[in-house]
Design a protein around this ligand. Structure first.
Ligand SMILES: *[C@@H]1O[C@H](CO)[C@@H](O)[C@H](O)[C@H]1NC(C)=O
Ligand SMILES: *[C@@H]1O[C@H](CO)[C@@H](O)[C@H](O)[C@H]1NC(C)=O
Ligand SMILES: *[C@@H]1O[C@H](CO)[C@@H](O)[C@H](O)[C@H]1NC(C)=O
Ligand SMILES: *[C@@H]1O[C@H](CO)[C@@H](O)[C@H](O)[C@H]1NC(C)=O
Length: 506
């Protein structure tokens, strides 16, 4: 690789979670009815997401595309602002006959800077970044499901282009206005490399004659490419399908990089229904009607990786994202002091640990065992080096323990911290992958991950003497980041049954 990108890992998070162990769900065959839970243990247990296990016939799914610093920059010609949604309720119109009552029109999906819509702040009308943030809220209003609990909006498909035109000075540096600098550190083919994609939408329809399944099946999808001027080299696709009244939605993902777009990310996220979500500094909409807090939550999902995406594919099972300040206070939108915090387990067995006794700067200062024993990274006999791919601290942390790496300052609207994990026996306690190859191609599994327990014991930076931050996660996602590959790579996977289960009330 010609670029020195090793210290410029970027990550984004998407989250999704599902859970429903310990839960009995009674959902009426036709949607529109909220599942009801019965407690079968003395501990309160409930789903944090609006659509536990992705079982609701009336789907709520949205799409967002981000540039390198999680903004829009410039819209792609005639594509509108890169926010779209597919949301509908299923109405029975007779025996084995149904109608999908769509909530979002293609006109809504094509809304573009300069087009007004109800509730739009005039200040956002001609600003592609602000416009997209407001369009997400508008689509959220159309999709919103209101029940006797917190309203919720949609699963979020997130697509990100890792190209950065450093001569543009477009992305802030740890939240501060940055200066342009010469190309070389990040992929970019030249002017326009940070473009938004061509997006196609197949609105969900009912297929009464599906060859593979008996009974009516609902199908839809988003797909597209980053190549704007013909030639479909890079490609992304997310399709969904479900038999009416039976089982859950299956989300099939494809992601392909190209010479011009060598660094792409595609995730399915469960984001907060309001406030910020991981890596996004605008008010957000999503699926997490209760925000999970460490250690009291689990994530359940089924993952079938069909194609890995090559040696640079950092497939995340799972990625969690949040935000708190270095003094432990919650984020408030001030990009100079808010810090995005991410942790993710990379399940591609071709990704090796960068953390090693000879590379302590790539390791967190310490590891905490399930029995709460702290093991320092200089304790070469006991520290689980193989369990950590890479740790980097926030670029604006004043008291990082030497030696250290700091995270890429440009790929988030604010400074970020990353704790990247690898399958290792040390994670067995939490139900995470314990050896290379677990959950990878040919090993489709249903996972029940104690994300809350694990995340409660990870190291995250705080200024000395400050009160520990509440670890509240605003994004849980699954998907891959194909990280600057020198060849065209293709990943393909299916995600289903996603749930986030709160295991005890705060
Ligand atoms: C489904 O197949 C039947 C018999 O092959 C045909 O009569 C019907 O028109 C088809 N329906 C649709 C919606 O394609
Ligand atoms: C998206 O998929 C549709 C249908 O499969 C196809 O016709 C279209 O060309 C695809 N769009 C892009 C941009 O690849
Ligand atoms: C905690 O676990 C470690 C290894 O996981 C073990 O060596 C140690 O004895 C345990 N400590 C206690 C107090 O149980
Ligand atoms: C290991 O690191 C800890 C924490 O930084 C430090 O207190 C200790 O002195 C170090 N031990 C050795 C042998 O360097």
């Amino acid at each position: 690789m010609i670029l020195n990108l090793t210290t410029y890992l970027m990550m984004t998070s998407s989250l999704m979670a599902n859970m429903h162990l310990l839960i009995t769900t009674f959902a009426l065959a036709i949607t529109g009815f909220e599942p009801v839970y019965s407690k079968v243990t003395s501990e309160p247990v409930f789903s944090a997401v609006g659509d536990p296990g992705m079982k609701r016939d009336g789907l709520r799914v949205a799409f967002e595309a981000w540039n390198f610093c999680n903004e829009v920059g410039t819209e792609a010609p005639s594509m509108g602002s890169p926010r779209a949604a597919d949301c509908f309720d299923v109405v029975s119109t007779g025996k084995d006959n149904y109608h999908l009552n769509h909530k979002v029109t293609e006109r809504d999906n094509h809304l573009s800077v300069g087009d007004s819509f109800p509730g739009l702040n005039p200040k956002a009308l001609h600003d592609p970044d602000l416009y997209a943030a407001e369009k997400e809220i508008y689509l959220g209003n159309l999709c919103q499901v209101v029940t006797n609990t917190t309203p919720w909006q949609f699963w979020m498909i997130m697509l990100k282009n890792g190209n950065y035109d450093t001569t543009s000075g477009l992305c802030p540096e740890n939240g501060k206005k940055s200066q342009p600098f010469p190309p070389g550190r990040f992929p970019c083919f030249g002017d326009g490399c940070m473009n938004q994609p061509v997006l196609d939408h197949q609105p969900t329809v009912i297929d009464y004659n599906s060859s593979s399944v008996s009974g009516p099946v609902m199908k839809g999808g988003f797909n597209g490419t980053y190549e704007l001027s013909g030639g479909i080299d890079s490609y992304f696709e997310v399709t969904w399908q479900k038999k009416i009244g039976v089982g859950g939605w299956e989300f099939n993902h494809k992601l392909k990089t190209s010479k011009l777009y060598p660094w792409l990310m595609l995730y399915l996220r469960a984001d907060a229904t309001k406030g910020f979500s991981g890596g996004y500094h605008y008010d957000t909409r999503g699926m997490l009607k209760t925000l999970p807090e460490s250690p009291n939550f689990k994530v359940k999902l089924r993952l079938d990786v069909k194609k890995g995406g090559g040696s640079k594919s950092q497939f995340y099972l799972i990625d969690m994202g949040s935000c708190w300040k270095n003094n432990g206070q919650p984020c408030d939108g001030d990009v100079l002091t808010d810090i995005t915090r991410y942790s993710e387990m990379i399940i591609n067995p071709e990704v090796a640990a960068w953390c090693a006794p000879s590379a302590l700067s790539n390791c967190p200062p310490y590891h905490i065992t399930p029995n709460n024993t702290k093991i320092y990274r200089n304790d070469t006999a006991r520290f689980p080096y193989g369990a950590y791919h890479y740790y980097c601290g926030p670029g604006n942390a004043a008291h990082l323990e030497k030696p250290y790496s700091t995270c890429d300052p440009y790929s988030n609207p604010q400074a970020q911290e990353l704790v990247q994990l690898l399958p290792h026996p040390i994670w067995a306690e939490y139900g995470f992958p314990t050896k290379q190859g677990d959950g990878w191609v040919g090993d489709a599994r249903t996972w029940e991950l104690d994300v809350g327990g694990l995340s409660s014991r990870l190291y995250f930076y705080q200024d000395p003497g400050t009160k520990a931050a509440k670890r509240i996660w605003t994004s849980l996602d699954v998907g891959t980041e194909i990280f600057v590959s020198d060849r065209d790579e293709e990943a393909e996977w299916t995600l289903s049954d996603f749930d986030v289960i709160i295991t005890s009330k705060p």
